[in-house]
Design a protein around this ligand. Sequence first.
Ligand code: ATP
Length: 300
Amino acid sequence: MLKVENLRKTFSDVVAVDGVSFEVNRGEIFGLLGPNGAGKTTTIRMILDIIKPDYGVIKFDGKEINDEIKSKIGYLPEERGLYRKTKVFETILYFARLKGIEKKTALERARYWLKRFGLIDRVNSKIEELSKGNQQKIQIIISILHDPELVILDEPFAGLDPVNQELLKEVLLELRDKGKAIIFSTHQMDQVEKLCDSICLINKGKPVLSGSLTEVKSKFGKNTIHIEFEGDADVLKYLTGVKKVNIYPNYAEITLEDGVSSTDVLRELIKYMNLKKFEVKEPSLHSIFIDVVSRGVVQG
Ligand SMILES: Nc1ncnc2c1ncn2[C@@H]1O[C@H](COP(=O)(O)OP(=O)(O)OP(=O)(O)O)[C@@H](O)[C@H]1O
């Protein structure tokens, strides 16, 4: 559906986006990832035709973005801005009108989504009376109310509690199953692991890792041990044959040096700690992100 080819954008002496290409199909969730300032929002703004690329091509079903195509796109911007004094229902209906939705349909859809997001009892509240997370949910509703074919969400999980993150995840999967294409940018790698079919990781404007999630992860090999444990984690710092270890209170991710056997590591570990889980798999996306962004590691 959406094809982005070799995008480039500079702002005076800053190269914000440099050679970014990817494709997103209907029924697919695509993650646009990267550290702060990587160029994600700039890429999204170019797709939405808010700013023009210096170079590169953006096609939607083979056509350049025009007003008709824009009406098929839903967008949650990075800087959320709703008029604070307006009531919830009026706000949603105002945006629905802008998108040309007939009043009856707009009312029905607004009620449906407000119920879905647990906000139906707040229809008469002013936006400023809502918490930050609830305002965010209103903006999400606005971005999907016109039933867009392509949904682009800049940091949709930011500011949502775990229950609402789960709810949003459910909604995104449902939209995907209805054949919508979804692009979202995030710093929350666990959400990416749960949701995305494919990703593009941008660093300093350049794409450094892209493809299906499975492809990307398999490039980093199955040399990582995930353990859950009880007790002192100090032993993990002194294990032999370990390239890297990320230790959390009851969980750790251990990357082995080439040729080291996971069974040997298991034997060593059970001498010193009470293991609740031991699993050999690919590194987490969180750990891949850190490797690629801070250590410049690129595989394959
Ligand atoms: N309008 C602008 N004028 C000048 N520089 C800009 C402008 N917009 C973005 N930039 C610069 O372009 C680079 C990419 O910014 P962008 O907002 O696209 O990053 P991002 O990946 O969305 O970051 P974050 O995760 O922090 O939101 C940054 O160096 C930023 O300072």
